[in-house]
Design a binder for this molecule. Sequence first.
Ligand code: KG4
Ligand code: ZN
Length: 344
Amino acid sequence: MVSSERYILAIESSCDESAVAVASLSPEGCFALCAHQISSQIDTHKLYGGVVPEIASREHLKNLPLVLDQVMTTSGIERTQIDLIAVTRGPGLKGCLLIGIGIAQGIGAALGKPVYGINHMEGHVLAPMMEHPELEFPFLELVVSGGHTELLVVKGVGDYQVLARTIDDAAGEAFDKSAHLLGFEYPGGAALARLADQSSNSTFTLPRVMRENREFSFSGLKTAISQLIRQQGVRADQDAAVRAQLSVAIQDAILDALLFKLKLALRETGLTRVALTGGVAANRALRERVASLKGVELFCPSPVFCTDNAAMIAFAAAARLKSGLLSGTALEVLSRWPVEEVCQ
Ligand code: KG4
Ligand code: ZN
């Protein structure tokens, strides 16, 4: 056990959010977030209807130093007090990860402090524990974001059993692509969900998404929506009532797929603690439906820590440090890095 507070500087740049956090870990193992900031690039990528990797890298190069300065100032911590640097090493967009790693290495070299590569998914996986220290291992978790959909048993730090993941689109991607078909501006998922929440039951029905398979699959949903729109001759982009009704049906179909496999996993594992994380975990209906499952105790991060952020990277580094698992400073980018392959 260390005798004084340790300060962690964390950097996240795996996709289209430039994020920095400073956190402390007390000798007793208590984690505290000193300051954090997220600079989103959505307004830039909106123009292209999706994330453009090359532009995202250049935005990180521009934004990260500014965010870093602001976070350091807000934290009240001097750079020389930083004990270690944690940076997202993967999975993610190669060019984007390289910018974050390069900046982390520069700071590490200047301060003479170690830089550790953290798995972005492990950040998401452990994020619910940051605000809920009472959440104990093992628990079931749904990681649902724009890039990932995974159902896993979280057995301990670095000990993750993936029960199912998506074979094509992620849940957030399904929300966004469906939203695009209804004429919403990119990314559209949250706007579609908001409209669905305000609307009554839908007269439209969509096929239930791949219930019987072990893995998740959402790509058929786009086809089903396009067919429905064509067959019924409806114009979702022009008719507000149709758009609202379709939003309800789409949200229902996506949540049904998530709930179906979650319920199966609850039965099979006998676990009762459930965590939701990733951008789609901000979805109000999803939280409500999971919370209403009999005997389930639900844990979710605040919405700001559901989406990509650097606080979760600092927290994952702290959890590894406490467990004696923060070792190795290999930093080559891993654009593909399944969470179950994170070493123990
Ligand atoms: O975790 P995240 O910020 O980025 C990735 O790592 O992918 O998740 C972003 C995704 C987007 O697809 C967005 O549309 C979706 O999360 N999202 C939502 C909601 N809020 C964000 N989807 C459904 N309902 C929401 N309330
Ligand atoms: Zn993410």
